[in-house]
Design a protein around this ligand. Structure first.
Ligand SMILES: Cc1ncc(COP(=O)(O)O)c(C=O)c1O
Length: 392
């Protein structure tokens, strides 16, 4: 009786099945067992393939990373717990005492804070350059620079990096160029094919597309870089969860469709906003008055993306009136969702920056960043129309 009750804790019972599942199985197992020392040793030495501990890798991460690597043109890639952990692990993998960092001034706020506050706290000097102005590269990138970080299309001002010059400069000093491709996505530009050493994505955003998980990806065309990163993910514990990878793979299947629909909507919304009386400026890289229009045309061959930023006339009162009236459009700090969402970077991603610094980047108080979704454009325009009227 005792034996029967406790035997349920024993695993290893699998139903007979010669059919292969069509859907990727979710594999939450933290551990994988081997039959003896010889077999485990063979696994460690690469004689046989397999997993042993999920912090070092698991099937759902491997499948998802392989698919994203295909999109990014990487020869190998890894999943991490979040976009920020993908950035962290790149730096932790390669920085050593005395190294310097160079980073673009126009970036996601938390990434900038990591570069300007966290790494300097540990003794790494960070230099800042303007990615849209190559004349600033020489001052920031030089002997001792180990990693250069930039976004192709920046968050939230949609500034465009002078990519060729940045690649050339990073290579000339032997620095690794890491590109955050979250805003741009591999459909917009594939940095590894044009000379970047490493690419990362916040998979939380457009690649998974449903705001129901945090996940990061990092990939390269040089497998030795990825071997080091894989090791560091296991050492520092930046690993992804199987469930999140499983969910993200499902989202990734529709990425291309969502991307094209959202981008089409973004252009129409941007044009609509240009004609509104209480919108003082609309930022979209397809517009000729965009400061990096020429570079956008050169790099973004597949369209100009699904993010539109604009400045609403007035102050906090008008902003609140707009947000309250836009009740169908969530006011929340993310992007790349199937549904349209809005955020004001001055009180979210860039809220910890001194006001003058933030304004110098163009991030004024009433800047509204719209992540355009895949809804019918008429629905989106109706919502914006009503919200803008309420804010006059
Ligand atoms: C451009 C960019 N990079 C990185 C991140 C961080 O990603 P995660 O939230 O998955 O850590 C974000 C988040 O908004 C982002 O916008």
């Amino acid at each position: 009786m005792k034996e029967k009750k406790t035997s349920v804790v024993r695993r290893g019972i699998w139903p007979a099945n010669t059919g292969k599942p069509v859907v990727t199985p979710l594999t939450p197992s933290v551990v994988y067992h081997y039959k003896d020392v010889d077999e485990l040793r063979s696994k460690h030495e690469g004689g046989i393939v397999g997993f042993d501990y999920a912090r070092d890798g698991h099937p759902n991460a491997e499948i998802l990373a392989e698919k994203i690597s295909r999109l990014e043109g990487a020869s190998s890639g890894c999943m991490t717990a979040s976009g920020m952990s993908a950035i962290s692990v790149a730096f932790l993998s390669f920085l050593k005492k005395g190294d310097k960092i160079a980073v673009a001034s126009q970036m996601y706020g938390r990434s900038l804070r990591m570069m300007k506050e966290e790494w300097p706290r540990m003794g790494f000097e960070t230099e800042i350059f303007n990615a849209s102005d190559p004349s600033t590269f020489d001052n920031a990138i030089g002997v001792g620079t180990r990693i250069v970080l930039a976004e192709i299309v920046s968050n939230p001002m949609l500034r465009i990096t002078h990519f060729e010059e940045l690649v050339e400069k990073a290579k000339s000093v032997g620095a690794l160029l890491l590109i955050d491709n979250t805003f741009t996505t591999p459909n917009g530009f594939r940095p590894l094919e044009h000379g970047a050493d490493l690419v990362m994505n916040s998979v939380t955003k457009m690649l998974s597309g449903h705001s129901d998980l945090n996940l990061g990806y990092i990939g390269a065309t040089d497998d030795t870089l990825m071997e080091r990163i894989t090791e560091a993910i296991g050492i520092y514990g930046f690993n992804s969860s199987p469930y999140n990878c499983w969910m993200a793979e499902r989202g990734l299947h529709t990425f291309d469709l969502r991307y094209h629909q959202a981008q089409k909507n973004a252009l129409q919304l941007a044009e609509f906003l240009q004609n509104q009386p209480n919108v003082s400026s609309v930022i979209y890289p397809k517009f000729e008055d965009h400061p990096d229009f020429e570079m956008a045309k050169k790099l973004l061959n597949n369209g100009f993306g699904s993010i539109v930023s604009f400045v609403l006339d007035g102050g906090i009162e008008q902003a609140n009136a707009f947000l309250r009236a836009a009740e169908n459009i969530p006011f929340c700090p993310t992007l790349g969702d199937v549904a349209t969402m809005i955020i004001m970077p001055a009180i979210s991603s860039h809220r910890k920056f001194p006001k003058e610094e933030r304004i110098a980047l163009g991030i004024v108080d009433n800047l509204i960043r719209v992540s355009v979704g895949i809804e019918d454009i008429e629905l989106i325009k109706d919502d914006f129309s009503a919200a803008l009227k309420a804010a006059i």
